[in-house]
Ligand binder design. Structure first.
Ligand code: SF4
Length: 179
């Protein structure tokens, strides 16, 4: 997850998808993580059965740096996406990886825009959760305020397609599975 220039060959600083609510909904705290310190650093840990904090991460800066990099949790330290691994193993050229990141970020921007058009303004909530709650409303027959039924359903169809395309990209290039 978000890394420093000398460790991520600038790849992570162009990306941020693993910290901004695109790839993950939350980050689980691991044994050995200092929960009190992470809370003090501003990570809003929830005390579920497993302590976790939501994404988009409160520590992600606009320039895609991690504000708590030196003290980031174990899961953040350990995670390397498939794209990062491919570049590190010289199986993918750096410019090609940057192009993939750019295209995927553009797709995420499109999803966010369509979510807003469907009345969901929850910018501090992970994309998958936002889509789920919009879908739940449509399933219940609720039409977003200010939209006629046809426009709303056309918009929801476009959003569903955009989310599907984003998910395919994330699965193919970012989640830590074979490429
Ligand atoms: S703590 Fe840092 S590395 Fe971990 S999710 Fe937040 S911004 Fe990303």
């Amino acid at each position: 997850m978000a890394t420093e220039p000398d460790q991520g060959e600038n790849l992570c600083l162009q990306c941020g998808l693993c910290c901004d609510g695109t790839l993950f909904r939350d980050v689980e705290i691991q044994p050995g993580d200092d929960a009190a310190k992470l809370r003090a650093l501003g990570l809003p840990l929830r005390n579920d059965a497993v302590a976790r904090f939501p994404q988009p991460c409160a520590a992600l800066c606009p320039e895609l740096k991690c504000r708590v990099y030196a003290d980031r949790p174990a899961r953040c330290q350990q995670f390397e996406c498939t794209l990062f691994k491919a570049v590190a193993a010289k199986k993918m050229e750096f410019p090609a990886a940057l192009k993939t990141i750019r295209q995927t970020r553009q797709q995420a921007v499109k999803v966010r825009q369509l979510l807003r058009e469907m009345g969901d303004m929850g910018e501090s909530i992970a994309l998958a959760k936002r889509f789920k709650r919009v879908k739940r409303k449509f399933d219940a027959g609720e039409i977003p305020a200010g939209l006629d039924t046809e426009t709303a359903y056309d918009g929801f169809a476009e959003l569903s397609l955009a989310v599907h395309e984003l998910d395919l990209r994330l699965r193919a290039k970012f989640y830590p599975d074979p490429m």
